[in-house]
Design a protein around this ligand. Structure first.
Ligand code: ZN
Length: 489
């Protein structure tokens, strides 16, 4: 009896049906086994829940099976119809009687007698035996299947272990420090690729994954992403790490525990070359790569290559954005010649990048060269703002050169000649001009401007700049295009 149960307050006598088999007697005994009365709810507590009784073989309901096995009678209560001792159709009958409800005995109820008789009917017995046989076969089948699954799991585990060993043997995940040899031999593309992979997929723990070539996290398109990453990997600037999943590798057709040659870079994990803990190793490698890519450390060949690469990346980014716009407007795919034109325009772009703790606070130095007259209708600048936190995306502002020149002049001259500032306090020459990010805010991601000549581009500078351009205190640079006609904006 459980702690909360009190003594029962009713009689209960069981008379077993001699025609029922012993298993059914046992079921009847369990069905009627009382634990006590719950002291809090005053309801009967049963030792077995009906759901735990094995009655399904006998009947659809536990109380019919129990009624076939045994007659339960409570002399505490009387039948409302015949006035005799109350024989119980079910646990519910007893519960109701305890609550003071008038109930019929089994003989007066009738339904329960018919159902109980059906349980012991030879026809239903035969059916039950069939069901029992089927259940035995099902159980056997299930047990066999479970054993097979287990065996298969063991085989898989064994194969998995062999494969892991093969991976560890080929990709130990560390190499002796080479004193900078790999870095000195690596191409510029390999170094940029390694740095791009670290920025896109480097984890604080020091692993680099997943490398996705088709979602523009590394480069604007699949081919450029692939070129960059494979160059980095082949140059030894990233290593396959042995914690990579086994399905990241191709396996030999003949020996499924032997490594093939292929690798799924999106499923593999990479690490920085070298030895020791991965986190510090990646941090040091990243710094090393950044150092190796500093302009003053690049050979003239590498500088030329970097310029070509950045132009190619800008061109591909412009095309990616162009395609996105076209799709966004449900227009047909752009014709090849459109893409070719865009690519050739984009190749002429000048890229200016600047870094800062917050993108909104970044400004770009724009010397006199940037402020001079344009040399052609397709001259554009891409101003790139790179936050110090390299997990944040860089942002791009596509600005026609004419607008850049005007903005640089206006921003600088307005600052230089601001009323109320004592003479001589501000004296930086206009070649030291800088333009702050908010001035170009409306040009963000306007890659579509590259499709047309810069003269056709809408002016997206702050409206106040137009007033300043007309103010003799500020004005426009000498020989600027807008000195003839100032567009409205
Ligand atoms: Zn009765």
């Amino acid at each position: 009896m459980s702690d909360s149960a009190a003594e029962v307050d009713f009689e209960l006598d069981l008379t077993f049906n001699p025609e029922a088999p012993e298993e059914l007697h046992e079921l009847g005994r369990r069905y009627w086994q009382v634990d006590g009365i719950n002291a809090y709810t005053n309801s009967i507590e049963w030792v077995y829940k009906t759901a735990d009784l094995d009655y399904q073989l006998w009947s659809g309901s536990a109380h019919y099976a129990a009624a076939a096995a045994v007659v339960a009678a409570s002399s505490t209560f009387a039948c409302r119809t015949c006035g005799g001792v109350l024989t119980l159709a079910s646990r519910q009958t007893l519960t109701d009687a305890r609550r003071g409800q008038a109930k019929d005995c089994r003989a007066c109820d009738r339904v329960i007698e018919v159902r109980a008789a059906a349980v012991l009917d030879p026809k239903s017995l035969a059916k039950r035996e069939q069901r029992a046989e089927k259940k035995r076969i099902d159980d056997e089948f299930r047990a066999q299947k479970a054993a097979e699954d287990e065996a298969r799991r063991e085989l898989t585990t064994a194969l998995e272990e062999k494969r892991r060993a093969a991976i560890r043997a080929r990709y130990p995940g560390e190499i002796e420090r080479d004193g900078g040899y790999a870095m000195s031999r690596a191409s510029l593309v390999a170094k940029v690729g390694a740095l791009a992979a670290i920025h896109a997929a480097g984890k604080p723990g020091g692993l680099i994954h997943p490398i996705r070539l088709n979602d523009q996290t590394l480069a604007p398109n699949y081919r450029t992403s692939e070129d960059l990453f494979l160059a980095a990997w082949r140059a030894g600037l990233v290593l396959v790490h042995p914690s990579s999943a086994t399905d990241a590798f191709e396996w030999d057709d003949g020996d499924e525990a032997a490594l093939g040659d292929g690798l799924h870079v999106d499923r593999a994990r990479f690490a920085a070359p070298g030895e020791g803990p991965l986190g510090p190793r990646l941090a040091a490698h990243t710094e090393y790569l950044r150092g190796a890519l500093r302009i003053e450390h690049l050979s003239s060949t590498d500088r030329r290559e970097l310029e070509l690469l950045s132009r190619a990346l800008v061109a591909e980014e412009a095309i990616r954005y162009f395609r996105y716009l076209i799709r966004d407007h449900s227009l047909p795919d752009p014709a090849e010649e459109h893409e070719a034109r865009l690519r050739s325009h984009a190749q002429k772009i000048q890229v200016k990048s600047a870094r800062g703790p917050r993108v909104e606070g970044i400004s770009w130095p724009l010397g006199t060269k940037s402020q001079g007259p344009s040399r052609g209708p397709q001259e554009f600048f891409v101003m790139v703002a790179i936050p110090h936190d390299l997990t944040m995306p860089a942002r791009s502002f596509i600005v026609p050169r004419i607008h850049v020149a005007a903005a640089a002049w206006i921003e600088h001259m307005n600052w230089l000649t601001e009323p109320g500032i004592p003479q001589g306090q501000r004296n930086a020459a206009v070649d030291r001009a800088r333009v702050a990010m908010p001035t170009f805010a409306a040009y963000e991601d306007r890659w579509d401007l590259l499709l047309d000549e810069q003269e056709s581009a809408p002016v997206l500078l702050p409206p106040a700049y137009r007033t300043l351009a007309l103010d003799p205190r500020v004005g426009l640079p000498p020989e600027h295009e807008w000195r003839h006609t100032l567009p409205s904006w």
